[in-house]
Unconditional design. Structure first.
Length: 159
């Protein structure tokens, strides 16, 4: 079998960290009265996995008496993840502007944990949802919310 060329996979773009700009929440405006632009670093799958792993715990599953559950001759484990903290940490790592890890910004919000910064800087539910959605879309994790045109097309296709 002939050796295949792997040059197509040797892309500089695969090693570079891309930064994209998207409009921020309507409630946060610049001097020109327009929403500020968020700058989002597109994190690698490996970086996202490392963050998620930081907030994942694995414990032996036990009953009320503390006896371990055994399944197929092996002790069963329970895996839990603090998705709220993991999401906050991902937002803090991905956002270049505003830099949620900036010491002055953290001091202003009296915060020492970067995983809580997004919720403090974007305290309103709609603001946080907007930023969260923008970052997750940039990272390739989220999906665009369905708009009315798409909903009409789907409804028509059903009928």
């Amino acid at each position: 079998m002939a050796k295949r060329d792997l040059k197509a996979f040797m892309r500089e773009s695969a090693k570079a960290e891309e930064v994209v700009s998207v409009p921020g929440p309507d409630a946060i405006t610049g001097e020109d009265g327009k929403p500020v632009m968020l700058e989002i670093k597109v994190l690698s799958n490996l970086a996202i996995k490392k963050i998620n792993d930081m907030y994942t715990t694995r414990q032996m599953a036990v009953d009320k008496k503390g006896t371990p559950y055994v399944q197929n001759g092996e002790v069963a484990f329970k895996t839990t993840m603090d998705t709220q903290k993991a999401t906050g940490h991902i937002l803090a790592e991905a956002l270049v502007y505003p830099d949620l890890k900036d010491p002055d910004l953290m001091k202003f919000f009296n915060c020492v944990d970067i995983s809580e910064m997004a919720a403090k800087v974007f305290p309103r539910t709609d603001e946080f949802a907007h930023v969260n959605r923008a970052v997750m879309l940039a990272l390739g994790i989220g999906r665009e919310p369905a708009n009315e045109e798409n909903n009409k097309a789907i409804d028509e296709a059903k009928n």
